[in-house]
Design a protein around this ligand. Sequence first.
Ligand code: EPZ
Length: 417
Amino acid sequence: MSGFCIEGGYSFEGEICVQGAKNAVLPILAATIINGGKNVIHNCPRLRDVEKTVDVLRALGCRVVPLGNTLVVDSEPMDKFTIEDSLMRQMRSSIIFLGAIIARCGEAVVSMPGGCEIGIRPIDIHMKALERLGIEITEEHGYILCRAEKLSGAHIHLDFPSVGATENIMLAAVCAEGTTVVTNAAREPEIVDLQSFLRRMGAKVSGAGTSTIEIEGSARLYGVDYTVMPDRIAAGTYLACCGAAGGKILLKNTNPGDMTSTLSCLSGMGAKIRQEKNSVYMSAGKRLKAFGTIRTMPYPGFPTDMQSPFLALGCTASGTGVITETIFENRFQNAEELLRMGADIRVDGKTAVIVGVKRLHGAVVQARELRGGASLVTAALGAEGTTTVMNAEYIDRGYEGFEKNLSMCGAHVARIN
Ligand code: EPZ
């Protein structure tokens, strides 16, 4: 088990080149199995979740060669359509492979992905949508068995704009006969990135980024060379870190257009923000103003993945902030750990009320999931004294070189085993 040891109180001055987007590269890697060709994926972040996805690709028979931040995936030799329970349990978002495996093989067997620390994460919307494409789904001994004599295009309306379900439908529908229209689709930028990848493969997909996406089944698809979009959540997390420590930061390889709600919230807190096409510059004084109210919503609303870093940021802002988490049912766990650092947070169901204190103090705290772990580091950067954040493995799932990037901006962060 490893952790981060953080000496708080050092202001930021530096720049970070933002990693490729975890939540874009995972569905794109799943899409590589559909074209049965050779794919070269650039700007691929080196993360534990990407490693687990590569394990799944190899288990299905694909050849994968990692070359730094480039992954070469040859899916021609794929000869399996089952993802074993051990692999599914290591990363629940492997459910995103379902649509792609069915598109390639006409059948798929995966184990129930199970929940995780932030919620039970049901997959009913995925299942209902895939059945609309003509897929027969049965469940046996904890496994989901899917078969499709023929995939047929359909009109699918999602009860909730689920990101994963939208992606699963897109992946299955590229090989369906006829046209599929998805209404109430998720609008996240990662879905637009997946559409760009699928188009590059030769698929006919349009509308991503809006609530209505249209996919026309295509017979011939090709392996592609593709560069993944920047990670808007990693970028927002580094801005929150700078807000907690005070100082200034330049983020390169980022897309401010994907981060409007995060940037607007930071400006409202008194941070000075300058956006260019592929960069964001931010400067923040020693103490930001409270953010008032934050309500997490599907894109383009405030991202649920930014909720934890902003919960930490609100702990030392001047004034009271209220956060309502509408997406996941258990995403305030890190509040308990922030209380150990002297925060004043009261959680009641979906709502947290944060009364800003002048300064937090260092403590030994436990990361229990990815974004909650990142929020503990955020809080520690502005705290008085030393903080040890245990279970860095959770943070490594989503942030490449987290401690290196923070140290390059003047923070005193070291990884400890
Ligand atoms: C994706 O998860 C992201 N993960 C999450 O990021 C992100 O928080 C989430 O979208 C929302 O933006 C990846 O892209 C790998 P959803 P996903 O389906 O697809 C409920 C991170 O920290 N739901 O939009 O699982 C679900 O329980 C991770 O990087 C159903 O009820 O999100 C949740 O309450 C965390 N039935 C809500 O919808 C379903 O069939 C949003 O889920 C599917 C989802």
